[in-house]
Every structure is written in C-alpha cells, then in structure tokens.
Ligand binder design. Structure first.
Ligand SMILES: [Zn+2]
Length: 231
C-alpha cells in the first residue's frame, strides 16, 4: 500500500529505510508488533536505544552521526532539558516534524502505552513524559548530552545547552504565538510534577522556568515576532 499523503524533504538515509503498511519509512527505533503484524512507531526498541547511544547512531535512520546533535522534543523538554529519546541528524529531525503523523496532527492522541504490553523488545519512555500532544514540536540542537536513569531504571537523555531551537507545528515552522501557547499549556504539568516531589523541587523548577523565560526562550523564538523583517 502506498502512503496517502506526500512525504516532504526525505533525506537519503531515511529513503533507504524499509516502509510500513502505509508507506511510511520505518524508523530504526520502531518495534514489530506481533499481535497486529505491523510496525509500531510509539514503543521504542530498547536494544536499538543502547546501540544508538553507544555507537553514536541517529535515532531515526540508524546511520553514524557527526559532532552536531539534534533532539526532536516537546516544548516542556526544552525547559527541563530532558528528552526521552536520543538525538538524530538535522535532516532526519526535520523530516520527522514535517511528516510524522503524530507530530503533524496536533489533535492526534498518543497511544496509551499501558495498554500495549505485548512487545518483546520495547520500553516506555523514561522520566516524566508529558503525554498530551503539545501541538508544537521543537528541534533542539546541542553539542552534547548525558544519560541519566530515572527511578524505574529507564534512560533519560539530559541535553546540553541549546545551540539552536527551531519550532514546528503541523509540518511547518510554528509562529511565536503558537510557541508561547504550547509552553503555557504545558507549564501546569511541570508545576504538578515539581509539587509532587516537594518544596526543593518547586524551588528548582521556579529557577529553571525563570532562566528559561528570561534567557533561553528569547534567543530561540521564531524570528517572525522578535525581529520584523529578518524572519
Ligand atoms: Zn539520521
């Protein structure tokens, strides 16, 4: 079966991947769901995650990466600096935000991971993943990252300082208003998580959000609203 919608800006590494039943390229991290006989793009392969980190491979195409790293994350991850998935190439990240069905349709619901436990090799994302669809996605460039294990022993990828952040919605660059809106919608969830961890976590979260809103976000907002004529 061929894909019903056009795929945009496909890098050669992605074009070389096998296709699923809909015609979408199957990312390297995908797992095979024996129950449905289809590829699953939501549950990530634990085996490939280890390999990707150890051998510095792109999370999406599985090819070797250079010095520069790009994470495809939700807006809240740009605040916490923590991603549930390892980095990828720039071209592969852009392909994902332009074509991934979950990322281009903000109304799409994430699959409830607790209801899909029939996979042999998969893992649920580490850390406190915010499961609502944020509508806006970020591509976060950083020169480094480190792996941290959450209390359940699942890896969380702590991203280095951002070198660049670009924002995407429905397969196109997001506007500044859309970025603000997505961040505003996600903040209560961050506060809820911090409150659950106690007063020190609340204090740390306040510091984190202050630094982010005053120093980080203004540098990386879509140029359209920060400087007329340049965007
Ligand atoms: Zn790649």
């Amino acid at each position: 079966m061929s894909v019903t919608r056009e795929l945009f800006d496909m890098p050669p590494e992605i074009a070389a991947l096998p296709r699923d039943h809909r015609g979408y390229p199957v990312p390297k991290f995908a797992t095979w769901d024996e129950a449905t006989g289809k590829w699953d793009f939501v549950l990530a392969s634990q085996e490939f995650m280890h390999k990707a980190v150890k051998e510095r491979l792109c999370w999406l195409c599985g090819c070797k990466m250079g010095k520069r790293l790009w994470f495809v994350t939700g807006p809240m991850c740009t605040i916490t600096g923590a991603s549930a998935e390892p980095p990828c190439h720039r071209g592969c990240a852009i392909f994902a935000v332009k074509n991934c069905p979950f990322m281009v349709r903000p109304m799409a619901k994430r699959v409830d991971l607790s209801k899909t436990r029939n996979h042999r090799d998969h893992m649920e994302p580490g850390g406190n993943m915010i499961t609502h669809n944020p509508g806006v996605m970020a591509i976060y460039e950083t020169p480094d990252f480190r792996v941290h294990l959450d209390p359940q022993g699942k890896p969380v990828f702590i991203m280095g300082n951002p070198k660049d952040i670009t924002w995407w919605r429905e397969g196109r660059p997001a506007t500044g208003d859309e970025v603000f809106d997505a961040i505003e919608k996600g903040l209560p969830k961050l506060w809820e998580m911090a409150t659950g961890e106690g007063p020190i976590a609340v204090y740390d979260m306040q510091q984190l959000i202050d630094t982010y809103t005053n120093k980080v976000l203004p540098r990386f907002l879509p140029k359209k609203i920060t400087s007329q004529g340049r965007g």
